[in-house]
Structure formats: structure tokens, C-alpha cells
Design a protein around this ligand. Structure first.
Ligand code: C2E
Ligand code: CA
Ligand code: CA
Ligand code: CA
Length: 251
């Protein structure tokens, strides 16, 4: 299978997209996003190959590759003297359902030397629903010292009661809501409500898919803490991020 071969041939790489503090626009973290450079087809987007990787079981190797690479890269940035920030790694439902996920995460931390507080795992509501022992897995992960966030929040049709049960610290507002905040009064109302609810629950909130200044201003006015999107930066290879991370270098 092309995917499996691609992994062993080193065709996969990890891009990083900055997450910023909305008020100061300072970098507070990066999200790791996998890319596949196929020898014939060129760059294939994860939206296309992640579902296939899940169907074929390759997601385990692929997910482990991204996790290891993201931890190694973040430690390399720290070793280069950049002010430490978190790297967020997407965890698919199948990975989350795997019993040894905490062990895999522990190994990635150990082999990279990255302190756990600088790793965040992004889980979706589907991930949570599909795992029988979601809360136990989360607790095992939190015991390692890593942070957990809920990705694509508001798109999963799940009950809100999990928010008080799960040891998460961040909600990521899905980009579909962000996209329409200026044009759709109902989406705007939902975004405002999510931000307020998150804060009431003591959770951090980050808006995804911020593409315009107007969206950023709206979110800032609603006290959203953090943002991520093309308005700030596109996902990019580590080397490209290096140049402007230099600004955050400890003096
Ligand atoms: P996601 O986790 O919701 O990631 C955010 C997606 O939005 C990324 O697409 C990112 O490039 C894109 N994006 C960022 N800013 C903007 C913006 O301002 N406007 C718009 N329209 N899009 C923006 P990408 O990299 O193509 O990834 C797509 C999805 O593939 C991700 O959605 C995630 O579900 C999955 N994925 C990516 N990398 C991994 C991975 O390493 N493991 C797993 N399991 N899934 C991954
Ligand atoms: Ca994500
Ligand atoms: Ca997302
Ligand atoms: Ca998504």
C-alpha cells in the first residue's frame, strides 16, 4: 500500500502553524500538521489520506511518526534558545482507542527529551465518543503531564456534560464557526457563547481558521484568548518557521 511505503520512504513531513495570543499577537504554540509529498502526485492533503490511513491501519505508524517528529522539533527549538512554547499534535480516534497510547506518548517524550508541559494532544468529540474508556485514557495522559484540547469543538453532536468530566484545558472553536462570524448572526452568537462557556468552566479557548482582521477583532472583543489561521500564518515547514521564531529568542 502506497501509504505504508510512503512512511518508510520518508515521504511524510510535519508542517507547523503558529497559534497566537489574540491581544498581543505573540506566538504561544504551534499545531503540527502532517504533509505527504508523493513522488508522482506531489503534495497530498491530510484531508485525503488520513481517512485512508485510518481505514488501513497505517494511522498508528503515521501518528507515531508525527508525534515523535513534533516532540523532537519542539525540543530542537528550545535547545536553539527560543522561548519555549507548546506543540499540539492531532490524535485520531483509532490512535486514541489504542491501549498503549499513553506509553507511545511517554516514549516520544523520553526519546526527544521534551518536557510534557510543552506537548498538547488535540482530541475531537468523535474520538471521545468512540473510546469506551475515554476518561481513563485521558487521565493516564494528563498524569504524564501533557495538555489535552478538544478540536473542532461544536461539530460533534455530543453532550456538553463531558466538559466537566474530562481533564481538558482548551477548546478549539471550529473554523466553520469562525468563517461566518461577520455574516451569520447565529454563528456569531454561537462563537460568543462558546467563548463565555469556556471561560466559565476555566478553559482556554482558541479560534481556528481566522482569515481576516475583522474576524480577529470580533474575537478579541469577545475575549477569546487565542487564535490560529491564515490571517496570522499558514502551516509551514520547521525551517521556514525558524526565521521568525528568532524574534522570540531569549536574549
Ligand atoms: P484540523 O486539525 O482541524 O487542522 C486545521 C486545518 O485547517 C489544517 O488543514 C490547516 O491547514 C487548516 N487551516 C489553518 N488555518 C486556516 C484558515 O485560516 N483557513 C482555512 N480555511 N483553513 C485553515 P490541513 O493541514 O489540511 O489538515 C486537515 C485535517 O487533517 C486536520 O484538521 C486534521 O483533522 C487532519 N490532520 C492533519 N494532520 C494530522 C495528523 O498528524 N494526525 C491526524 N490524526 N490528523 C491530522
Ligand atoms: Ca487540529
Ligand atoms: Ca480543528
Ligand atoms: Ca477539522
Amino acid at each position: 500500500m502506497a501509504l505504508r511505503k510512503g512512511i518508510s520512504r520518508g515521504e511524510f513531513s510535519v508542517y507547523y502553524q503558529p497559534q497566537v495570543n489574540l491581544a498581543t499577537e505573540e506566538l504561544i504554540g504551534v499545531e503540527a500538521l502532517v504533509r505527504w509529498t508523493h513522488p508522482e502526485i506531489g503534495i497530498i492533503s491530510p484531508g485525503e489520506f488520513i481517512p485512508i490511513a485510518e481505514e488501513t491501519g497505517s494511522i498508528h505508524r503515521l501518528g507515531e511518526f508525527v508525534l515523535n517528529e513534533a516532540c523532537r522539533q519542539n525540543k530542537a527549538w528550545q535547545d536553539a534558545g527560543v522561548d519555549p512554547f507548546r506543540v499540539a499534535v492531532n490524535i485520531s480516534a483509532l490512535q486514541f482507542a489504542q491501549k498503549d497510547l499513553p506509553l507511545i506518548v511517554e516514549r516520544a517524550l523520553e526519546s526527544s527529551g521534551l518536557e510534557p508541559e510543552y506537548l498538547e494532544l488535540e482530541l475531537t468529540e468523535t474520538v471521545i465518543q468512540s473510546a469506551k474508556s475515554a476518561i481513563e485514557t485521558m487521565q493516564a495522559l494528563v498524569e504524564l503531564g501533557v495538555h489535552l484540547s478538544i478540536d473542532d469543538f461544536g461539530t460533534g453532536y455530543s453532550s456538553l456534560s463531558y466538559l466537566k468530566l474530562f481533564p481538558i484545558d482548551t477548546l478549539k472553536i471550529d473554523q466553520h464557526f469562525t468563517k461566518n462570524i461577520e455574516t451569520d448572526a447565529k454563528d456569531a452568537a454561537l462563537v460568543k457563547t462558546i467563548i463565555r462557556m469556556a471561560h466559565e468552566l476555566g478553559l482556554n479557548v482558541i479560534a481556528e481558521g481566522v482569515e481576516t482582521k475583522a474576524q480577529a477583532e470580533f474575537l478579541k472583543a469577545e475575549d477569546c484568548n487565542q487564535a490560529q489561521g491564515y490571517y496570522y500564518n499558514k502551516p509551514m515547514p520547521a525551517e521556514e518557521l525558524d526565521s521568525f521564531l528568532y524574534r522570540y529568542k531569549k536574549s
